[in-house]
Design a protein around this ligand. Structure first.
Ligand SMILES: Nc1nc2c(CCNCC3CCCCC3)c3[nH]c(NCCc4ccccc4)nc3cc2c(=O)[nH]1
Length: 371
């Protein structure tokens, strides 16, 4: 039996509820994946992540390669045992982080050479090495080694880059040895409709358990990004999960779920939480703002998370000003719960066949009035 079966449970327009089976349990989509870059979702305990509805966690080849090293994680039982999360893990292939974090020294047919952002040592990542690392880490979902072109890029660069990413996908697939891991291909093509369609179609020539929409949320406008998402989900097969990488903001999840995207990840909710902001239906409130120092209300009326059930905005505003760790912890917890509640409500609306009404109500509250 296929260890990564994906079945559609309900539809509403192009939105769908899916059931995704993995060796570490079944998950319901659409879902948001908290980012645990270095094997930990910053400031949050795995048991608390479970309690707020987190299903799949994300870690990263680039960071874990530099520290503690994949051999150590493997020797210590792999990511699930090492990091105390027995649900599904997804690892990104490292290419993106090299572009955005490391000091990229060279990119060529073989792979990339970069300087570690930790100690400046030279490191080479190839499709083969990325897959070997992800196999050692032991995630359930692993990503093909790809290049996420910078934004903006010329059509010539986009075309050459997507063609290389397709050759790297073939090499990633050849390097794969574990049947208990699902390799996702990543489509590129930037915001050029013809190249996006070309890359998506060529990626589909590989029969894979799921497909990622890459190369977006890298600085392009929403007006450029969403037509590419729509184009991608028109081409990608209904029967396979679609993963929009690096997205993100609540309103972007609502729009993308309506376009048939199933999986999301972003550092946004935890990063903005650590910086003192809470996600609320109207948008975002920054607790550094003095107006909250007397505010007895919870971060969000009606939120069932521990932060909202236990503390006032005034207390959390105090913690943020005092630079108490608990401030960022409570805001990260709430922000992730906010996104998990959003996807829970989305799944319910899809089951009721009323995703359109759900999206309209969300947009009304988010954009209807100033905070
Ligand atoms: N392979 C690959 N990864 C991509 C990623 C990383 C997804 N998150 C992984 C996660 C692993 C653990 C460490 C953190 C990342 C992207 N992230 C974004 N936008 C987010 C841009 C963003 C948004 C908010 C804040 C910072 C950056 N576009 C992306 C495109 C690609 C892509 O084509 N290929």
């Amino acid at each position: 039996m296929d260890p990564f079966r994906f079945t559609i449970q309900a539809r509403s327009g192009r939105a769908r509820v899916g059931l995704l089976t993995t060796p570490h349990g079944r998950v319901e989509t659409p879902l948001f994946m908290p980012v645990g870059t270095q094997g930990s979702v910053k400031g949050l305990l795995p048991k608390d992540l479970k309690a707020i509805g987190s299903q799949v966690l994300l870690a990263n080849t680039y960071h874990l390669l530099l520290r503690p090293g994949p051999e150590r994680v493997q020797a210590l039982g792999g990511l699930h045992r090492f990091a105390g999360w027995d649900g599904p893990w997804l690892t990104d292939s490292g290419g993106f982080q090299v572009m955005s974090l490391g000091h990229l020294r060279r990119i060529d047919e073989e792979g990339v050479v970069f300087q570690s952002h930790l100690d400046g040592s030279l490191i080479r990542l190839t499709p083969e090495r990325s897959i070997a690392i992800q196999e050692a880490l032991g995630a359930d979902f692993i990503m093909a080694f790809d290049e996420c072109p910078p934004y903006p890029s010329s059509p010539e660069y986009l075309k050459a880059s997507l063609e290389r990413t397709l050759r790297w996908l073939e090499r990633s697939l050849k390097a794969k040895t574990r049947p208990d891991q699902a390799l996702f291909g990543i489509a590129q093509g930037g915001t050029d409709a013809g190249l996006r369609a070309l890359s998506t179609r060529e990626t589909l020539r590989f029969d894979l358990p799921g497909y990622a929409i890459g190369g977006l949320a890298v600085g392009e406008t929403k007006e450029e990004m969403f037509p590419m998402v729509a184009l991608s989900t028109e081409i990608l097969p209904e029967a396979k999960p679609r993963y929009l990488m690096g997205v993100g903001h609540p309103e972007d999840l609502v729009a993308a779920m309506g376009l048939g995207v199933d999986l999301f990840d972003s550092v946004y909710p935890t990063r903005t939480g650590r910086f003192g902001s809470a996600l609320v239906p109207e948008g975002r409130i920054n607790l550094k703002n003095a107006q909250y120092l007397e505010d007895k209300r919870p971060l969000e009326e009606g939120c069932d998370c521990y932060a909202c059930q236990t503390f006032s905005r005034a207390y959390i505003a105090h913690l943020v000003r005092a630079e108490e760790m608990l401030g960022g912890i409570l805001l990260s917890l709430h922000n992730l719960r906010f996104l998990h509640r959003l996807t829970e409500r989305a799944r319910e609306a899809i089951r009721q066949g009323s995703y359109g009404a759900f999206a309209r109500e969300f947009a009304e509250r988010r954009f209807g009035k100033e905070i």
